[in-house]
Design a protein around this ligand. Structure first.
Ligand SMILES: [Fe+2]
Length: 264
């Protein structure tokens, strides 16, 4: 089975209009899709639900099944207009899920398992928990204070979240199904990869998920950090292929894929 994966599309940074043809061009010229049985999108589609839905309709044409979860940007209410329309980030996410429900072959996973030709794929957002900085001796109070200043998550997610609480909530969703999963994908990586040299910054990009790996999981696909990864930790292969923003690029064009034979 061939699995393709991508994350951090940030569509509205690349395509300014809600125009199907422009989105088709973006897919062709930036993502170079090749057919595969499954495409996994590990969060951060973009800031506009309708545009994201058009994108998913178009990219689905290349894949048997498309599985997607949310990233932090998929919760943002950026302006007065979206604040008035949605009131809460949860409402915005519910609308996206509702759009996706009507797109054949595209599934939004929020702590759920999809069975694709006998392969069990678990998808969830996941969330950073500050623990990376705590382990470096920085107090929660200081971390939280910096989070308020540095991260736009503090400003654009409504009502304001408490990252450690949200993270443990997300982690429990993952934990309840992980025993069945062959492949997991989350927006936030469940281990301390180095996304930034700065300890505080890095604690906004990872969570402690080491206690989740002693299961059947063979592959873990993630996003959030705008650098591509492919490495093993223990017996799990960790993969990411973020697109990122057009300016100040750290991500990569194209969509990575790999052949998986779990019985082999
Ligand atoms: Fe993100």
């Amino acid at each position: 089975m061939k699995i393709a994966y991508k994350s951090d599309i940030h569509l509205d940074f690349w395509v300014k209009e809600k125009n199907r043809n422009k989105i088709k061009d973006f897919i062709k010229n930036i993502l170079f899709p090749k057919t595969a049985d499954v495409l996994i999108i590990a969060g951060d589609l973009g800031h506009d639900n309708l545009q994201n839905a058009l994108f998913l309709e178009e990219i689905k044409k290349y894949y048997g099944v498309v599985l997607v979860t949310f990233g932090n940007h998929d919760l943002y209410l950026l302006d007065e207009e979206s604040l008035n329309k949605y009131k809460t980030s949860h409402a915005r996410l519910s609308e996206l899920k509702e759009y996706i429900r009507f797109i054949e072959g595209v599934y939004f996973l929020d702590g759920d398992i999809a069975d694709v030709a006998g392969m069990k794929i678990l998808g969830a957002g996941g969330w950073y928990d500050f623990s990376y900085a705590v382990r470096h001796g920085i107090s929660l109070e200081v971390i939280r204070g910096q989070w308020e200043v540095i991260m736009r998550d503090a400003k654009y997610i409504h009502p304001k979240i408490d990252p450690p609480t949200f993270s443990s909530f997300e982690k429990e969703k993952i934990r309840s199904f992980i025993y069945d999963a062959d492949i997991v994908f989350t927006h936030v990586p469940p281990l301390y990869i180095k996304c930034f040299d700065d300890v505080l910054m890095n604690s906004f990009y990872t969570f402690y998920g080491y206690d989740l790996f002693a299961n059947n999981v063979k592959y873990w696909i993630f996003g959030h950090c705008h650098q591509a990864h492919d490495f093993y930790y223990d017996t799990v292969r960790f993969l990411s292929s973020p697109l990122g923003y057009p300016v100040g690029r750290r991500g990569e064009f194209g969509i990575r894929d790999l052949n998986i034979n779990l019985k082999g």
